[in-house]
Structures are given as structure tokens and as C-alpha cells.
Design a protein around this ligand. Sequence first.
Ligand SMILES: Nc1nc2c(ncn2[C@@H]2O[C@H](COP(=O)(O)OP(=O)(O)OP(=O)(O)O)[C@@H](O)[C@H]2O)c(=O)[nH]1
Length: 462
Amino acid sequence: MFESIKRYKRTAFIVFTVTFWLSAIYAIDFYSDLNSEHLTKQHQKAVLKEVALARAKIESSIYKEVSLADALTTLLMTNPNNTLNHWDRVANKLISNASYIRNIGLSPNDIITHIYPLEGNEAAIGLDFRTLPSQYNVVVHTRDSGQVYLDGPVTLVQGGKAVIARFPVFLDYPINNSYWGGASVVLNFDDIIHQSGLLNIDGTEVALKRMQLDGSETVFLGEPTLFEKADELIPIFLPQVEWMLAVKSLNTPSSTSIFQSFQHIWSLGLIASGILYIAFILLFRAYALAHSASIRDELTNLHNRRYFFQFLNRLLTKNSSDFILYSIDLNDFKNVNDRYGHDAGDYLLKHIGRILTSLTPKGACLARVGGDEFALLIPQQSKRIEAEPFALKLELTVSSQTMTWKHQALTGSLSIGYVCYDKNAPESMENLLTSADHNMYNHKRKHYQKQQYPGGYHDYII
Ligand SMILES: Nc1nc2c(ncn2[C@@H]2O[C@H](COP(=O)(O)OP(=O)(O)OP(=O)(O)O)[C@@H](O)[C@H]2O)c(=O)[nH]1
């Protein structure tokens, strides 16, 4: 894997970078969406909480007023004449304890005879409900059911809206055969709604409707269409009637808070991704360095013995091509160390490494396999190499390229042995290495036999 990444280093780096950042951006975007969904849900929850509170306030306000007015029906039931005689005092006492009652009326035999406060309501005195079919329906309903009924809201001539709690009064409670008439308590609807805070909930649209006695529905607050698109429909339970409250969240949490959270997630996400990216690169670099160190010779930077054997083993295992295996050894290298020092020896090894590298064909493997030993493996690919002439070329090139060390000319000399591998006649690794070494030693022997050392016409030190 490392080899292919190395071979396509640039491509791999680009692919990794693009994939990494695309994944990072996708992950940040996904999390950002999740977060804004979460914020929206939280916002809706908070809105519904406020709506539930407003609904509870509407219910409790109306029930409180109705229960106060209920005391009046008790008075009428036990002593109607006395109540009528002290009407102003009784009504005044009742209104003073109430918060939303606008006026109270009494209608013995369903004809209004008493109203409090009278001022501004004089026109209602003498009104006979039996002549007003729409209102008489309700009066009959309360009489038949024997219970208070919340009528309205109705639009008042004076402006605003009111709901009317209509009580039936019987003189023979609980038998309820002797019907005396009715009591009506007019409650200020606008104030009840205002005090509940229903209309002040941020970013929310609301509407209210009720079912009439004839079965029809009346929307008396907000837009009727809201009931089709509402997020939530909440019932409000009132005396003998149920209102339905529709709630729609108009916007998600304030766009600034979503934008701020979006900004935070993106900045943090990008910083975290940047750190992760750098960490990956450093980790990969450390891995690459460690891997390189494990397969390279530190002095010459050629491949090392381990890598060379892996390479050879791979070729033999695949058995996919013929190859030439060269065993190369420096002649009399010890002498260089002894005469010029170890540094000079190192310098010469690097010098020879560079020359051999320049001669190594593409796809071949050159390695330093020992102190002054090199090995070269050339797979016979499309362009075949002639083993003998190539060995000669190696030997002559090295011996012709003199290097200077502290004003001294040093020239390397190689002994080379090789073996040609035929994929149709497989050989073991050991045999191949032994044969190549054997041939190299033969060459070395010949070299020493003809050598004139020290001195001679050669400029050789070795
Ligand atoms: N400077 C230097 N010398 C090394 C290094 N590794 C091994 N040597 C030396 O290389 C020399 C190898 O000696 P020999 O095996 O006798 O080889 P040689 O002197 O070339 O003799 P022949 O192989 O018979 O020609 C030894 O003196 C080692 O100390 C190295 O990394 N740097």
C-alpha cells in the first residue's frame, strides 16, 4: 500500500485532501442541520408551554367569574324577592369581587327587569328573550340543562367583545321544575384574552373557535384558515362549551440565534477538521519516515538488505518475469578506511551509490546489502538488458569516475558477479544469491591476480 501511495504520492495526497474536506464539510453541515432542527423543536416546545399557560389562564379566569356569579343564583333560589329588593347592593358586591364582569342582568320569566350597572344599559330593560330566537335558544338550553352555559363572544355596541354566562334559576333546586328565570353575567372577553398573554407569544399565530348550539362552528379570534395548518390544536374547556385553540409557530427560533449557532458550529467544525487534517498529515509523514527508515540504508539512501530480499522474494513468488541478479562488492575497501579514515570510506560509499543509481534502469532495485556490498536486481521487462555488457558498464563507469577527498583522488573498483533467472526454470532465492556471490568472488580473484598494488599505472588507491 505504501508503495502505491508513494508512487502516486501527489494523486493520493490530493484524493485524501479532497475526500477529507468533503467528508468534514458534509459532517459539519449535517450536524448544523441537526442543531437547527433541535433549536426549532426547542422553540416550538417553549411556544407550546406559553400557549398552555395562556389557555390555563383563560379557563381559570372564566371559571372564577362564573363561580362568583353562581352565588347570585343561590341567593335568587332561596329568596328571589329579597335579592330583587336589594339588587344594587347584591350586584355591586358581586362585581367588586370580580375582575372581568362588565354587567349583570336578571330576567325573571325570561324578561330583563334588573341590570347592574344600569347606566348605559337602560335599553336592555324590558327585553323579552322569547322575541329574540337566537338568544332564546340559549335560554331554553340553560333551562333544559339546568346548568350555566357560556355564550358568545358577541360584539358589543360599545365596542369590544364579551362572553355571557347564562344561569338558569329554579326555585325548587335540585328538582328544577319551578323555573324562575335567568341571570346573565357579561364578561369582558378582550380583557380575559389580554390578561392570558395569548396574543403576546413571540412568533406565534393563534385562532379560537367554538361550536354553536346549532352545530355550526364560529371562528371568533384570528384567521379561520389557521385551523388547517396549525402545529397544535388545544381544547379549552368552559361551562358546557369547548373552545378550540389553533397554534402555529410562524418562524423558527429567532434567525439571529440560528445564525449564531450555525456560525459557531461551522467555525468549531472547521477548526477541529483543520487540526484533524494536520494530525493526519503529521501521522502519515511520521509513518512514511519510519517506513522509509525501515527499508533504506541511512548512509547511501539506497534500499537496504531487508527491502532487497523482499523485492527478490516478491519477484520469485510472482514468477512473472526473468531477471538478472548482480552481486557487487568493492575491492580492497578496508584499505581506504585504514589509510584515509572512516569518513573517506563513507564518502566513497556514497559516491559509488550515486554512480550505481545513475546506471540503474527503471523498475530495477539497487540496494546496499552489507558494509561495502551492493546488490542490483533488474527485471527483464519490455527492454531487455544484456547481462555481461551491463556488468562491464558498471565496472568501467565506477572505475572511470574519480572523486577527490582532501586533495586525494580516490577511485572505486568493483567486483561483480551475476546470475540470470529464467522464469521457466525456477530457482530458490538461496541458490540465486549463492551463485551471484560465487561469480562475484571469481571476478574479485581475477582482479587481485592482475592488480599491481601499490602504485602501477592505475590511479587506483584500491
Ligand atoms: N567507512 C565505512 N566502512 C565500512 C562500513 N561498513 C563496513 N565498512 C568497512 O568495510 C571494510 C570491508 O572489509 P572487507 O570485507 O575486508 O572488504 P575489502 O577490504 O574490500 O576486501 P575485499 O572485499 O576482499 O576486496 C571493513 O573494514 C569495514 O570496517 C561503513 O559504513 N563505512
